[in-house]
Design a protein around this ligand. Sequence first.
Ligand SMILES: C[S@@+](CC[C@H](N)C(=O)[O-])C[C@H]1O[C@@H](n2cnc3c(N)ncnc32)[C@H](O)[C@@H]1O
Length: 226
Amino acid sequence: MYMRLRSLVISLYNALFARAVEKLFFHQLVTKTNNFGRSKWLGKPIWQNTFDLWIAQETIHDVKPSLIIECGTNRGGSAYFYAQLFDLMGAEGKVVSVDIEKLHDLSHPRVTYLVGSSVSDEIAGKIRKMAEEADGPVLVILDSDHSEAHVARELEIYAPMTTVGSYCLVQDGIIDELFMFRKGRPGPLPALEKYLTNHPEFEIDHDRCNRFLITHHPKGWLKRVQ
Ligand SMILES: C[S@@+](CC[C@H](N)C(=O)[O-])C[C@H]1O[C@@H](n2cnc3c(N)ncnc32)[C@H](O)[C@@H]1O
C-alpha cells in the first residue's frame, strides 16, 4: 500500500511539477552564478555552464577530434579548456577559435585564434581549409552571436565540416526557453530546428543534451549520422 502511494506521488510530481521545479532551480542557478560569467578553468575565464562543460569533456573524449572549430572565443577559456583536454588525453587535437574581437592574451600551441566574423568568407575559408586538412574527426561548437539569423548562417557554413560520428554543438538555445533571456529571441533553437528539417544527416543526441536536466544548450548536441 505504502509503495503504491509513494509511486503515485512520484508520478504526480513528475507529471505536474518536475519541469517547473527544474526551471525555477535553473533560473536561480543562472542568476546567482551571474550566468556562469565568473567561472574559470585553471584561472582562465570561461563563459560556460559547468554541467555543459562536463558533457563537452565527455564528448571530446568519446570523439577524439583532430580539430575543434569554435565560433566565439571571448576571453579564451573555452578554447584553452579544449586544448588542455587534448594535452591530458595525450591526443593530437587542435583547436581553431574565432571572435570579432580579441579579448584575451592567452596562447596555447594547439590553438589558432582568428579575429573576424565567423560568417565572413575570409574566416570561413580559412577554417574550411583547416577542416579539410584535418586527418580525423572534426567537432564544431557554435558559441558566438546567438541570434537566429546568425546561428542559421553558421550552421550552413560550419555544420557540413562536422565529420560523420562527430557533433555540431549549437550553444545557448536556452535563450529561447528561459524568460530572463527573452530579449535575445529569436535565438539558436529555431535556427537549429529549421536546419534539422532539411538536414537528415544530423540528429539530436537527446541523452547528451538532457543528462544533467538543466542545460544552456537544449537540443544543442547535433550528431552527424550520415
Ligand atoms: C558567449 S561568448 C563566447 C564564450 C566562450 N566560448 C567561452 O566559453 O568562454 C560569445 C562571443 O562571440 C563573439 N561574437 C559575436 N559575434 C560574432 C561573430 N559574428 N563572429 C565571431 N564571434 C562573434 C563575441 O565577441 C563574444 O566574445
